[in-house]
Design a binder for this molecule. Sequence first.
Ligand code: PBG
Length: 336
Amino acid sequence: MKSELYETKLKFALTERPRRLRKLPLLRALVQETRLSAADFVYPIFVDQRLAKREEISSMPEIYRLAMKDIPAEIEEVKSLEISAVLVFGLPDQKNPMATEAYAWDGVVQQAIRAIKKAAPELIVVADLCLCEYTDHGHCGVVQGGKIDNDQTLELLSKTAVSQAEAGADIVAPSGMMDGQVKAIRTGLDEGGFADTTIMSYAAKYASSFYGPFREAAECAPVWGDRRSYQMDPPNRREALKEIAMDIDQGADIVMVKPALSYLDVIHAARAEFQVPIAAYNVSGEYAMVKAAARNGWLNERSIALEILTGIKRAGADIIITYFAKQASRWLQENK
Ligand code: PBG
């Protein structure tokens, strides 16, 4: 008797039935709040000056270090998938304390940028702007007395930005977390005649263990010490908002939060507080974890990857830098 009364009451009380919007696939599509598209993606590529042909990166399945001659085919594929941009990293044939290959006219990234622009003039080319692939000690700046010297590094970053813009980069992306780097780069670019070159700053870049596979890919692990004196401390969010505000003040056009998955709250806070486009970097360790689990048959790679990318976008990212860009673009085409 008592339970019958309860059921009747419930039936009439249930005016809100969110399931009404979930009953059919097209209805779900109609009310979908976040929609991923290939246009959201930036695809990172590694170009290795020493290679005659591409080599797969063991901790990042299906991602390769490319030889210069592999660029046209790779770019053709990226273009055909309607991905917006590539982010270029270079592995030079020689490293030294002052990272001279980072700003050499014929440096690996400069050559790669020219080759990409030749293959696809309309594809956006983002040049990663950091010294760690070019220094023999693996740090992102000039080392003086066992420390990373901020202000000496700025000049090299500014020179590197100009050489990348000269080679044809549409966007330069400083990732070294030196104080004042955006201002130094903006000044260098403007004085060099590149007032139109966009800056996407890695404004809130954390000292994260999720970069492990990348350091193997780009051979840029520091030989001694770690990056905690310049990259951010993972527990801090307010400080990320301060870094972002400072970079916007200094002239950043786009700001980035990196990594993405453990920092979705930072992406969300940045989106709410600032008016510029927010990029999020779905980094190498985040990619490697999914690949490893999928290879073990523990997760469904396709649905997990799309769920992760959707989550990053839902948190507030306008731009997603991801090693899944090609696969995800293919999956999105198939889902249509
Ligand atoms: C170099 C740089 C790193 C990444 C992008 N640029 C590594 C680092 O700071 O140690 C990481 C990218 C990734 O893990 O996918 N400054």
